[in-house]
Design a protein around this ligand. Structure first.
Ligand code: ZN
Length: 120
């Protein structure tokens, strides 16, 4: 997995993340329940203001069985993909929490919020 150090590297990271996740989910029958979120939608669902869902760098997934979920976690780990078991779904993301890309997410969120208010 690539490491994005600034916002310009996000598209390449997103592509490699989705490529890897496609392979993992096609082998484990995972279904994506959330991918890209607008800042408003993210806030309404209690998402972090630095959520990687805002950049399309996170997926929420449900699995048909505990065994397929466990297999997906192992495959993700091998690909350098980070995950958090949220009990009713697994959150997968391209970067570790607290990485530098969080600053890019906040920049994006602020710019989008200004656009929504007509300030940009
Ligand atoms: Zn999530």
């Amino acid at each position: 997995m690539l490491i994005a150090r600034n916002a310009a590297q996000v598209p390449a990271l997103r592509a490699s993340f989705l490529f890897a996740m496609y392979a993992i989910l096609s082998h484990t029958q995972g279904s994506v329940t959330s991918w890209i979120r607008s800042p408003g939608h993210n806030a309404a669902h209690g998402g972090s203001t630095a959520s990687l869902h805002l950049l399309g760098l996170a997926l929420d997934v449900v699995f048909p069985t505990a065994a397929t979920m466990a297999r997906a976690k192992l495959l993700a780990k091998a690909e350098g993909i980070h995950y958090l078991d949220e009990r009713d779904h697994v959150h997968f993301q391209a970067m570790p929490a607290g990485s530098n890309i969080v600053a890019a997410v906040k920049q994006f969120t602020t710019a989008t919020a200004m656009e929504e208010k007509g300030e940009a």
